[in-house]
Design a protein around this ligand. Structure first.
Ligand SMILES: [Mn+2]
Length: 424
């Protein structure tokens, strides 16, 4: 399946008059609209290879038709998203679900689709076939040095795969922890984990980063050994300048002030980047912006403020990735919606009048500060995001075009009804 330039142009042509009217109306009110557009054009969100198939829950999985059955097909799916929105030009691989065999072929395919390889992800949260030792009681934290060593070697192996593909970061998410009081000695678990991470860190190529992702609970329900941003920051500070703390929006306790966490991690120059998703209860992995769009905006508001404070490039200084899992929607439709929600929140954050906000903050003018933020959030920026997409060859309405071109049926015809994506 390939989406041609002609079909995108034809789609855009039918919608252009309406788009132009909407865009000009909003643009006439925003003095720096061109700056916003160029920033949106530069901004890309990586797609994780595991989000291209249905994820399932512990109660069951309902695979959809035409799921990508190989790494090459997963790349093709991301290529389709990128062709439609021009903002999904990176893929994040998960080892061992996506072990590349033909590096040259894979790299050539990525180049053909306009994709780069984002952070590579290791997996010591489940046992693989033919694995000598089990991770049932943890991996990098394990009481047995032999298990820790096996997990360290796996992570180093993941770095080698990533290096061969041009990745520049390793993301480590550990399910390590305990389910019952007394099960773990917290200090020893931390120290083992730190020592293990140090060995992996030592194997990082010079220009690589290590992202240490935290999660409050699940699959362990009493303690997690990298349970929150404070614990992650302890590890990454002790590890050194190439280690950063990764924020996954779904990995907090309910009602955590994620925007404040982001601001402080940026203050310390220790923010790695993001795993975007949305949730109502826990790590729900729902579509970005579907439940709490205002929170997403407030996070982007802090990101823009903090990155500008340090003079960081918005598009390239941090890692931007979606981390979600779809059970009822077509994964590709869901990802189009997620990327759109991210671009909208980013555009709204770029609208915030920072000078006025600072004045309001300095004067303790609480009502004005709130007005300034909500004024940006309540602005309908969808046509600005669409304009940015249009200028780089994307579709004005990616989801509509996806349906009109019957992409899923085409993929089903190519791959079959019962092709199941590797992964969870
Ligand atoms: Mn994540």
């Amino acid at each position: 399946m390939h989406i041609s330039r002609t079909s995108i142009d034809a789609h855009n042509e039918t919608l252009y008059a309406t788009h132009k009217r909407r865009f000009e109306y909003i643009a006439s009110d925003i003095a720096h609209v061109e700056d916003i557009i160029s920033r949106l054009i530069a901004f890309n969100v990586a797609i994780p290879s595991w989000a291209l198939g249905t994820g399932g829950t512990r109660f069951g999985r309902f695979p959809g038709p035409g799921e990508p059955g190989s790494l090459e097909e997963k790349m093709e799916d991301v290529g389709l998203l990128h062709a439609l929105n021009r903002s999904s030009g990176a893929i994040s691989l998960h080892i061992p679900w996506d072990i590349p065999e033909d590096y040259t072929g894979i790299r050539a395919k990525a180049a053909e689709l306009g994709l780069v390889f984002d952070a590579v992800n290791s997996n010591t949260f489940q046992d693989q076939k033919h694995q000598a030792l089990s991770y049932k009681f943890g991996s990098l934290q394990h009481v047995d040095r032999a298990v820790r060593k096996q997990a360290i070697e796996h992570n180093i192996d993941v770095i080698r795969h990533g290096e061969a593909l041009g990745s520049k970061a390793l993301t480590v998410w550990l399910s390590d922890g305990s389910c019952f009081p007394g099960q773990l000695n917290f200090r020893r678990a931390f120290q083992h984990t730190l020592e293990s991470l140090e060995e992996i860190y030592a194997a990082l190529p010079g220009n690589w980063k290590m992202f240490v992702e935290y999660k409050a609970f699940e699959p362990n329900f009493y303690s997690m050994t990298v349970g929150d941003w404070g614990q992650s920051l302890l590890y990454t500070t002790k590890l050194g300048p190439k280690a950063y703390t990764l924020v996954d929006l779904g990995h907090h306790l309910p009602n955590a002030n994620i925007e404040q966490i982001v601001a402080l991690l940026l203050m310390e120059r220790k923010l790695a980047g993001f795993h975007f998703n949305d949730s109502k209860y826990g790590d729900d992995d729902l579509t970005v912006g579907s439940i709490r769009p205002y929170q997403l905006f407030l996070i982007f508001n802090e990101l823009v403020e903090g990155m500008d404070h340090w003079g960081m490039d918005h598009a390239s200084s941090l890692g931007w990735m979606i981390d979600a899992s779809h059970n009822v929607k077509d994964p590709l439709e869901d990802l189009l919606q997620s990327v759109e929600a991210i671009m909208i929140a980013y555009a709204q954050a770029l609208l915030v009048d920072r000078k006025k906000l600072e004045e309001a903050q300095s004067a303790n003018d609480v009502a004005s500060a709130q007005e300034i933020l909500q004024d940006a959030f309540r602005t309908d920026v969808r046509s600005i995001v669409a304009e940015a997409r249009l200028r780089i060859g994307g579709a004005l309405e990616p989801l509509h075009l996806f349906r009109k071109l019957e992409v899923r049926s085409a993929l089903t015809n190519e791959r079959g009804r019962f092709s199941v994506a590797t992964g969870l």
